[in-house]
Design a protein. Sequence first.
Length: 210
Amino acid sequence: MTEFKTEQEKFWSGKFGDDYVDRSDGEVLVAANTALFARAFASVKKISSLIEFGANIGLNLKAIRQLLPESELAAIEINRKAAERLRTCGGVEVYEGSILDFRSEKTWDMTLIKGVLIHTAPDALPAVYDKLYKYSRRYICIVEYYNPTPVELDYRGHAGKLFKRDFAGEMLDRFPDLRLLDYGFTYRRDNNFAFGDGTWFILEKTGNAK
């Protein structure tokens, strides 16, 4: 049996994560993701490779494949059912397991995390930030709910499973050579690409650590 470091990892690797897989399918979500990433990636130079931390069934990567058809894509996913679906997408290198346990000799032009930091145990965030930074050659894309100060919310009747805070700001404070390249907002009332009220950030490594 896999031993997880946090209750949140156990939660998402089990039945709740399985049920989430069944709720998350749909071309409407792919279209909304495509619109989001088209805006977010407009400020970056060529991305030849990208790894997503917590990719679920690959709806983000399907959108990115439309925008970056020649890029090398990879994903980390803790839920076995989701990882199996990911493998059927084709052209995605899948690492099944926890982000906290992820190890690789490779790096990618961009690391991406979307809707995962909000479900991560607050004490584990520094370790996730370190991995997002370590495995990025240049860019880090964060798409999460934003709040200027840390706050916990109920998540479908579960406590300790949904948190909002300034994730990008914490990374900028943690790594002096990161700079904020661009940011934007997604709105649930968008006429064509309705999405959750999230905020996206593009961070860039400058090599100018102080």
